[in-house]
Design a protein around this ligand. Structure first.
Ligand SMILES: [Zn+2]
Length: 284
C-alpha cells in the first residue's frame, strides 16, 4: 500500500503571490492572497513530497503585481520560479485589454525562459468567452509554438454557454486539435460534458466539491470516466472554496487514499501525466 502524501508528486495548479502584493493586501484579504507566500509554500512542498509545482496567473494584473501590468506579472512570476529552477514553473498571463499583437509579442519574450511552460486562460476573470476571436489567436500561437494551454473552467452550473463552459471549450479543441489543453477544475459541475474529449483535466478545487456533493465512490467513478491517463493532480493552493490553506493537502490525500487507484495509476495522476503534458522544457 502507498500513501499519496509520501509519493513524489507534481502540483499542476497553485498560486503564489509576490511578497510586496501580500504586504499591500494584508489588511484587506484575510485568506487567499496573504497565504500565497513562496517561503511557506517551499516548506509545504517538503512536508507533502511535492517535487514540482506550477504557478498560475489570474488574467488580472491587479492580483500579481503592484504596477498592475501583465509584463510586471510575468517578471514577478519569473523571479519566483527562477529562484527554484526545476522545482517551480509558471504559466503565461494575458491582459485581454491589450492589443493581441502586443500579447503575442510578450509571449515571444517570456517563452525564451525555461520557467514558462504554458499559457493560462481564465475566461471568468476576463469576462471574455474562451471561444472568442482573441483566444483563437492565442490558440494559433500555442499550436505554432507547441505550448500547452491551461483553461479555467468552473462555469455557473446551469449556464451551458458560460464564458468558460465545456461546450465552448470543446469548440476550441475541435478547431485546434493539435493544441494540448488542460482543463482546470474539470469543468466544474458540467464535468460530464468533457468526458470523452481529448483533453487533460485537473482536480484542483473541484475534488472536494465533488466528494461533498456525490460522495467518494461516485467521484472515484467520475475520475475513472475521464481515463487515468488524462487526470492530473492539482490543488489550487492556497485557494479552495471550502478548505483553509493548511488543510487542502491533507484533505486531498485523504480522499485519494480512499479511492481505488493502484500505485501505477496514482503515480500517473500525481506526476507522470503532468510531465507528459507540460514537461517538454524540463530536464529529465
Ligand atoms: Zn486557480
Amino acid at each position: 500500500m502507498y500513501s499519496t502524501k509520501n509519493i513524489s508528486k507534481i502540483d499542476a495548479h497553485i498560486h503564489l503571490i509576490p511578497d510586496d502584493v501580500i504586504q499591500a493586501n494584508r489588511d484587506f484579504d484575510g485568506k487567499f492572497i496573504v497565504n500565497g507566500s513562496v517561503k511557506e509554500y517551499m516548506s509545504m512542498m517538503k512536508m507533502y513530497s511535492i517535487e514540482k509545482a506550477f504557478i498560475m496567473p489570474f488574467n488580472d494584473p491587479y492580483m500579481l503585481s503592484m504596477s498592475f501590468t501583465v509584463e510586471a506579472v510575468h517578471d514577478n512570476l519569473l523571479k519566483i520560479a527562477s529562484q527554484y529552477p526545476g522545482v517551480l514553473y509558471c504559466f503565461a498571463d494575458i491582459d485581454i485589454n491589450k492589443d493581441i499583437h502586443e500579447t503575442l509579442q510578450e509571449f515571444d519574450r517570456i517563452f525564451t525562459y525555461e520557467s514558462f511552460i504554458g499559457i493560462k486562460l481564465h475566461p471568468t476573470n476576463t469576462g471574455y468567452p474562451i471561444d472568442g476571436s482573441y483566444n483563437e489567436k492565442i490558440f494559433e500561437y500555442a499550436q505554432a509554438n507547441h505550448i500547452p494551454i491551461e483553461i479555467h473552467s468552473y462555469p455557473r452550473e446551469s449556464v451551458k454557454d458560460d464564458v468558460c463552459s465545456p461546450v465552448r471549450i470543446k469548440k476550441m479543441v475541435e478547431k485546434y486539435p493539435k493544441v494540448r489543453v488542460s482543463i482546470a477544475h474539470m469543468g466544474g459541475f458540467q464535468f460530464n460534458e468533457l468526458i470523452g474529449t481529448d483533453v487533460y483535466v485537473n482536480i484542483s478545487a473541484i475534488l472536494t466539491d465533488l466528494v461533498n456533493r456525490y460522495g467518494l465512490i461516485k467521484t472515484n467513478e467520475i475520475i475513472r470516466a475521464y481515463g487515468i491517463d488524462k487526470v492530473i493532480f492539482a490543488s489550487d493552493y492556497p485557494d479552495n472554496r471550502v478548505l483553509s490553506p493548511n488543510d487542502i493537502y491533507d484533505k486531498y490525500f485523504e480522499i485519494l487514499d480512499k479511492m481505488d487507484f493502484d500505485r501505477d495509476e496514482i503515480e500517473k495522476i500525481c506526476r507522470d501525466n503532468a510531465l507528459t503534458l507540460f514537461g517538454s522544457k524540463m530536464k529529465k
